[in-house]
Design a binder for this molecule. Structure first.
Ligand SMILES: Nc1ncnc2c1ncn2[C@@H]1O[C@H](COP(=O)(O)OP(=O)(O)OP(=O)(O)O)[C@@H](O)[C@H]1O
Length: 342
């Protein structure tokens, strides 16, 4: 089974929300749409769910049309489940009635609800009403309700956004296990990079209605196609530079070409930005170098702030093998040839 978006574009009156989206996900895959507010994530979900009619392009499920510009089945006729930011459970229905809401076959109802309650860890909560549940429990019930009719596609729009951070991590793990067991295709919308990395199998990074990069988190981390992609996935700082004669001149020293990935070096002479991920740069003592003005030990690494001769500050994650101190003077060097520039 696969879900395929082909040449999807969408415009709201004057505003273009999606431009020529091409994307696909396979059976059992959790695909995350990651991007800043307003980049078009919810619009793509709504087109898939049937909340919005498709204006251009096609959505195919296993090769068959799920929707196109002249085929628009209503949401209830699509094999698609939907979970919103707020569970939106029916307040007057019990947990059991909420989960069973979309089930038509009475004989299998009890069994399906029982199995789902077990999987979401809420067995015994059948008769409770939504207002007596915590936020996390309500979201679990919302997911169970969406999964009960066994949709082929599950759409989740920031489902953990209103849940506190500790529980959110736990819930993400739980949901990933549940979704993998169900084997449906999940599209998860988030603007939280950590959630995208930890929950999904692949990530589509969106910006201004366009998918700028799609792939596994590690590829996106190591080889982002642009500064926006770089800053959306993983920690890092961007440092202004000018490249000339095989050297990137920065306020914090000269970075030679050999510190950079071969294919990602900016060519010729030009202004650019160097991406520095945690632990890509090492410090070494240099009495005529950059002054360390602050050091914080984070457990995994050290956050060291250095001052350029012109008074600019740069804070970097550096290895914790040397305990750097405020007042020491240092120079920067690359730990490997893995820097990239845009
Ligand atoms: N009903 C609407 N009418 C007009 N413009 C809309 C409508 N819905 C969304 N838009 C616009 O379309 C663009 C994409 O919106 P969308 O809600 O899809 O983005 P998003 O990435 O989901 O944002 P967020 O993360 O804030 O939910 C935005 O510029 C938004 O202002």
């Amino acid at each position: 089974m696969s879900l395929c978006f082909q040449n999807i574009s969408h415009t709201y009156e004057k505003e273009t929300a999606l431009i020529d989206i091409n994307l696909s996900a396979e059976e059992g895959e959790i695909l995350c749409l990651l991007g800043q507010s307003g980049c078009g994530k919810t619009t793509l979900l709504n087109l898939t769910a049937g909340i919005l009619p498709l204006q251009r392009g096609k959505i195919l499920l296993n090769g068959d049309e799920l929707a196109s510009s002249n085929y628009h089945p209503p949401p209830e006729k699509r094999p698609v489940g939907l979970v919103f930011q707020e569970g939106a459970l029916f307040p007057h229905l019990t947990v059991e009635q909420n989960i069973a809401f979309g089930l038509t076959n009475k004989s299998s109802r009890k069994r399906i609800v029982g199995e789902l309650l077990d999987q979401i860890g809420l067995s015994g909560y059948e008769g409770r009403y939504p207002h007596t549940l915590s936020g996390g429990q309500q979201q679990r019930v919302a997911v169970a309700r969406a999964l009960a009719p066994e949709p082929k596609v599950l759409l989740m729009d920031e489902p953990f956004a209103n849940i506190d951070i500790m529980l959110r991590r736990h819930l993400r793990e739980e949901m990933r296990t549940l979704l993998k067991a169900r084997n449906c295709i999940t599209i998860l919308v988030t603007h939280d990079p950590e959630e995208a990395i930890e929950t999904s199998d692949s990530i589509a990074i969106m910006d201004k209605g366009v998918i700028i990069q799609h792939g596994q988190a590690d590829i996106l981390y190591e080889a982002p196609v642009s500064r926006i992609a770089a800053m959306l996935i993983g920690d890092g700082v961007l440092l202004k530079a000018q490249r000339a004669n095989g050297v990137y001149e920065t306020a914090f020293g000269h970075f030679p070409d050999k510190w950079f990935k071969a294919h990602s070096s900016v060519s010729g002479s030009q202004n650019c930005e160097v991406l520095i991920r945690p632990n890509q740069i090492a410090l070494s003592e240099d009495l005529s170098g950059l002054l360390i003005t602050d050091v914080r030990r984070t457990g995994q690494s050290q956050l060291a702030t250095v001052l350029s001769p012109e008074g600019q500050s740069l804070t970097l994650h550096v290895e914790k093998d040397v305990n750097w101190q405020v007042g020491q003077k240092v120079k920067l060097s690359a730990n490997s040839d893995s820097l990239i520039a845009f």
